[in-house]
Design a protein around this ligand. Structure first.
Ligand code: ASP
Ligand code: MG
Length: 241
């Protein structure tokens, strides 16, 4: 059984939340599953990195912006691997390029094109829980690219597709997909299941719970995605065929 779990920025915002995510991950490993963990940058880190860059140069090149923005996820990945280690489980963190995530060259909005090595598979075979930075890869020149805001979801779905995972879970700060933003509209209704096309229409209408390309990729590879809360762990919304 291979499971990909992605944790968003709110779910990793501080040490306590990282530990709580790590406990969820190791719980699965304890049951015998192979686990790949995809992480976003903590809290508002990506926004802060953009601000830092803009203080230096309002029009820094897209290549250097990617070099700057990718560090948020790298920090999260290292911290997550350490938290898993603290629970007594072997873990290794990998950047997008170490994991072989190849993309096109559109800096700031790159598309994943393939998985160029078998590093993740090898680390899983060694018994490691593999933590991969979301939101980034490398292009043909070995330059770092990022996938566009919210792109860590797409990293998770891409890995689930390339490595034929049994399940792809996206842990976030809401307990599923709603017809309206539940943080703004208390009367919003939650979906138990949702077809890919309907999810894409919600995203077109402004829903931010999933990155659009993650849903397209899931549809193209027929991967079901479960969107659920990292705070409760209760069953969420299945976005699927
Ligand atoms: N950290 C990136 C962002 O804030 C990617 C992600 O979280 O999915 O957009
Ligand atoms: Mg997101």
């Amino acid at each position: 059984m291979l499971i990909v779990q992605k944790y968003g920025g709110t779910s990793l915002a501080n040490a306590a939340r990282i530990h709580s995510a790590a406990r969820r991950v190791t719980g699965l490993a304890q049951q015998g599953a192979h686990v790949i963990v995809v992480v976003s940058a903590q809290g508002d880190t990506t926004d802060e990195l953009i601000t830092k860059a803009e203080f230096v140069n309002l029009r820094g090149s897209a290549r250097e912006m990617d070099m700057c923005l990718c560090v948020g996820e790298q920090l999260s990945a290292a911290l997550m691997a350490m938290a898993i280690g603290a629970l007594g489980f072997p873990a290794v963190s990998l950047t997008g390029w170490q994991a072989g995530l190849q993309t096109d060259s559109v800096h700031g909005n790159a598309r994943i094109t393939g998985l160029g090595n078998d590093r993740i598979r090898k680390e899983l075979d060694k018994g490691n829980i593999v933590v991969v930075t979301g939101f980034q890869g490398i292009n043909q020149n070995n330059d770092i690219t990022t996938l566009g805001r919210g792109g860590s979801d797409t990293t998770a779905v891409a890995l689930a597709a390339f490595l034929q995972a049994d399940l792809c879970q996206i842990f976030t700060d809401v307990d599923g997909v709603y017809d309206r933003d539940p943080r703004v509209y208390p009367g919003a209704t939650r979906f138990g299941r949702l077809p890919y096309d309907k999810m894409l229409r919600l995203i077109e209408g402004g829903a931010q719970v999933l990155h659009d390309r993650s849903v397209e990729m899931a549809r193209d590879h027929q991967i079901p995605i479960e969107v659920l809360s990292s705070f409760t762990g209760a069953p969420g919304t299945i976005v699927g065929p």
